[in-house]
Design a protein around this ligand. Structure first.
Ligand code: GDP
Length: 440
């Protein structure tokens, strides 16, 4: 995510590190590079120029040259300014109506339908809501089907009227259906076009006026850079929407949309989409994003994700097994599956401070655990329970069965062994202190 921008900003700050002394000249040079980095990320020229002008003003105001660590202060000023640029505070979704009506807008292909599903799933699983999805695309039957597929996947009802050609009526009927059947959130997915056109704008304006949603969200593909910003402006002029959803942030987007949209439409980014799966949705935190862009990682989000997966009962069971020396490969597999649920590896690595930079040249596979899982699946249940049984002959069989090499099996056995020993140590008499040391 925004790798290029991160790298260029890092280089910009290097100018300061390279000099023994910080001067007005090298601060100016640094900011020039910062501006160039923003422009390369497809940030609008004026926004980039104003950005560095503001940082410069603040730097002068705080007398950056006489502070103990001028380089760090400058990074902090840039971080604050990036945070402000992306929205400052976190903006939630308004869920006050009965039902609360959320209208989705955006171009075709932006990820509107996918996001409608993600939002419904998020509200259902995290906020205890009972959402209803509504298919209002009267032009593409496939779009209606797609929403039904999504609804089935997440166990959320989808309201559609394939024969009805009046989107306003469909949306109104859906809201009546929601009221009559105890749904407390209605998410209306609308028809999109490939580009902004008058007919589409008129139609969504009519739906908007008729159903008066509590929340109108504009969905945009972050890969489209400056175009995303122009489309946002067009939709905002008509709908005066409440927030922006940036999708496909998992791709190699340069970041321009995330950095420019707020300045142009003065509406916050509320959520981001980070993948095709229904779980790939994140609340947008401008400050955390700024830290990630500057390579500072995002430990808060990482811990939050870990906590979401944490299950106290499971943890206690695991502890007992470790104490009794019964930790086996099946438990190892469960652990891997939990980590996988936290998100894709690239994303997780980006959250660890400094890791993105350190692992810049390492190719991280989307499914980094593929081989490990294959090896474990090739073991017999008994071998998984009692890894000590796995001798040379068994190793060869496992490697063959999993399409890996014996060295890979050996490596996994070694890692497993080290991990078991470490876990055992944590539990032993000295373990309590060790845990304390680690903040546990
Ligand atoms: P719509 O026409 O606006 O409803 O767009 P869709 O929801 O059909 O999405 C268009 C394509 O983008 C589909 O192939 C989705 O799987 C994909 N997509 C949507 N959101 C994301 C995302 O956050 N990341 C990635 N990688 N793909 C996404």
């Amino acid at each position: 995510m925004f790798d290029n921008l991160s790298e260029k900003l890092d280089k910009a700050f290097h100018i300061l590190k390279g000099h023994g002394k910080i001067t007005e000249v090298n601060v100016a040079d640094t900011l020039k590079e910062v501006r160039r980095a923003l422009l390369d990320a497809d940030v609008n020229f004026k926004i980039a120029k104003d950005f560095t002008a503001r940082v410069k003003d603040k730097a002068i105001g705080q007398d950056v040259l006489t502070t103990l660590q001028p380089g760090q202060l400058l990074v902090k000023l840039v971080k604050d300014e990036l945070t402000e640029l992306m929205g400052g505070d976190v903006a939630g979704v308004n869920l006050q109506g009965t039902p609360s009506v959320i209208l989705m807008s955006g171009l075709q292909g932006s990820g509107k339908t996918t996001f409608s599903g993600k939002l419904a799933n998020y509200l259902k699983t995290k906020k205890n809501k009972k959402p209803l999805l509504v298919a209002c695309d009267i032009y593409r039957p496939a779009a209606i089907n797609q929403l039904h597929v999504v609804g089935d996947q997440i166990g959320v009802e989808v309201y559609s009227e394939p024969e009805n050609k009046n989107p306003v009526a469909i949306a109104q009927n859906a809201i009546a259906h929601a009221k009559a059947n105890g749904f407390n959130v209605v998410i209306v997915d609308t028809a999109g076009r490939l580009a902004v056109d008058q007919e589409m704008m008129d139609e969504i304006a009519r739906v908007h006026a008729a159903i008066k949603p509590q929340e109108t969200l504009f969905v945009v593909d972050s890969m489209t850079g400056q175009d995303a910003v122009n489309t946002a402006k067009a939709f905002n002029d008509i709908l005066n929407f409440d927030g922006v959803i940036l999708t496909k942030l998992d791709g190699d987007t340069r970041g321009g949309a995330a950095l420019s949209i707020k300045s142009v439409v003065n509406k916050p980014i509320k959520f981001v989409g980070t993948g095709e799966k229904m779980e790939a949705i994140d609340v947008f935190y401008p400050d955390r994003m700024a830290e990630r862009i500057l390579g500072m990682g995002d430990v808060v989000s990482l811990v939050e994700r870990a906590q979401e997966q944490f299950n106290e009962e499971e943890a206690r069971k695991l502890q007992k097994k470790i104490a009794k020396n019964e930790f086996g490969f099946d438990d190892f597999l469960t652990q891997i599956q939990q980590v996988k649920k936290m998100g894709n590896m690239k994303d997780l690595v980006g959250m660890i401070p400094g890791a993105s930079k350190a692992m810049k040249d390492v190719e991280i596979e989307d499914d980094a655990f593929k081989h490990i899982e294959a090896i474990i699946y090739s073991m017999t249940p008994l071998e998984r329970k009692k890894p000590a049984l796995i001798d040379v002959k068994r190793k060869a069989r496992i490697a063959k069965g999993s399409g890996t090499k014996v060295e890979q099996v050996n490596q996994l056995m070694k890692q497993f062994d080290q991990m078991s020993k470490m876990m055992k140590m944590m539990q032993g008499p000295g373990g309590k202190n060790l845990m304390k040391m680690m903040g546990g």
